[in-house]
Design a protein around this ligand. Sequence first.
Ligand SMILES: C[S@@+](CC[C@H](N)C(=O)[O-])C[C@H]1O[C@@H](n2cnc3c(N)ncnc32)[C@H](O)[C@@H]1O
Length: 211
Amino acid sequence: MPFNHNDHYHPLLLDLLPPGPGIALDVGCGTGRFARRLAATGMAVEAVDVSAAMVEAAAGLGSPGPGEIVYRQADVGTDPLPEAHYDYISCLASLHHLPVGTLTKLRRALVPGGVLVVLGLARPSTPADWARAAAAVPVNALARLVVYAGERLNGGVEDGPRAPVADDYPTLAEVRREAVRQLPGSTVRPLLFWRTLITYRELGDGDPTAG
Ligand SMILES: C[S@@+](CC[C@H](N)C(=O)[O-])C[C@H]1O[C@@H](n2cnc3c(N)ncnc32)[C@H](O)[C@@H]1O
């Protein structure tokens, strides 16, 4: 795809990194484009995907360093995650593949002060959602054209393997509801290119959903 909506938001997600190098988990890493950007900041990165083909492709692309990347095949829906372990967890275009309680599991895997960012897809369901979705169409067309022209000038870019996609995803209202339920204190921000950003910082003062 000449203009990748998930990749477009990488700088925004990197702005939310906690201070210090630390340990990062990238959930549903696909071919590892975001994992490599995390490693470039010096973080030690665990990049996991349920698809063996994706893990193999990502590992084959290596790491820019200075942080190390460990690629691992894992089903984040069913495999356990260590509790209070990661300084930063990212989940890009993957949450809608995972069971409903996954946000709680990811929250518990954060150290105090750790940050969870979820860049997700959300179906429009209100007039404001539809207006935002419509506004993205001409901007997207222009961005695609600019990126396509740039790639042609640079001799073209080889397509890597395509990550598995799911066609069904929640509405923005459902995303907000789950964020309030599983990540109290999180923020949910609709973004232009049909994406939603959940940001959560673990305060480490007990389970915010308890009681
Ligand atoms: C749409 S792709 C996004 C890939 C990548 N994050 C990106 O931004 O390009 C969703 C990814 O989630 C992975 N995935 C789906 N279910 C998963 C699960 N249960 N555990 C781990 N990864 C999963 C898929 O294999 C796929 O690579």
